[in-house]
Design a protein around this ligand. Sequence first.
Ligand code: AHG
Ligand code: MN
Ligand code: MN
Length: 361
Amino acid sequence: MIHFIGPRIKDYYDICSIINNKAMSRVKTLGQFIIEKQADFPYSKGELSRLLRDIGIASKIVNREVNKAGLADILGDAGEINVQGENVKKLDVYANEQFIAALSAGGECCAIASEENEDIIIVENEMSKNAKYVVAMDPLDGSSNIDVNVSVGTIFSIYRRTTLTGPGTPEDFYQRGTEQVAAGYVIYGSSCMLVYTTGKGVNGFTLDPSIGEFCLSHPDMQTPKDAKTYSINEGNYVHFPDGVKKYIKYCQEEDKATNRPYSSRYIGSGVADIHRNLITGGIYIYPTTSKSPNGKLRLLYECNPLAFIVEQAGGKATDGSRRILELDIKELHQRTPLFLGSANMVDLACEYMKKYSTSEV
Ligand code: AHG
Ligand code: MN
Ligand code: MN
């Protein structure tokens, strides 16, 4: 009997290797994809590819920490010392530090603007000071959801600097969203995904934790032109402009021909709400309110990158009347109202704004 076991084990390994090879030939990692796409930028020497790689590395580290967030009480709360004697940081501070560290070590960006820092961070090492790119980011978006095990994200936006050499300056960031060379987000959800664009469509990668790689799972993402989901914090209803109030009422009306009433979906993590709407279609609105007369979301590192992605997927993004990507930017932390998502839904919401709220945007 025993002499049959040898060949059978060999057969088993042969079959496994055929299955694995087949699976591997279907898998394309983020690294492989970036190298393939480098040909889209004939004058680039690979710096942008390396920047995207650095962002991928930082997001894996942040994902690992997000997955442990529920253990904070066991391992130690923010500001405390955990059982290993380490200082425990708030996750948004931790994420900020990880992205800054990865971008600084990579040497391809000369300055970083972050939601967590009042001023830009100048990357001062020898490699970086003459680097071509600057990166704006929201290292942890939806931070109020960390403690309740709900998806959070990271948003990033990459520009070519406008000053030619020397340390990066704030002016390098004062560019319209149309000038972005790449933008993306990472969603730390039931799985971790990285979605990005370089202006040639949108591609999504899901982290396979067993091999530690982002794998292409959502090639050439397209968002539906029409849909039946609206996402807005309706608790602020009384403070909304009339155009938004009327548009919400439109979404709630019964009308079989247009599939109404629509569904209301609001997670409160912009990345998660917008990721869902990107895939299934829908509109995300964060309008002006009396508490936030300019809107709440930031143009540089929230609205512009998300608008770039959504437009590249066939959707639209406005501030209620003007295209987000064409807004002038004068401050790093400038805010804007945001109407973003399925093209026909955004158009209609803007028509309501024009009709009922002309003076309010
Ligand atoms: P952040 O956590 O980076 O401050 O961003 C939170 C943003 C966005 O993610 C979300 O859609 C929105 O704020 C939620 O705001 P409300 O709680 O006011 O609805
Ligand atoms: Mn945010
Ligand atoms: Mn944030």
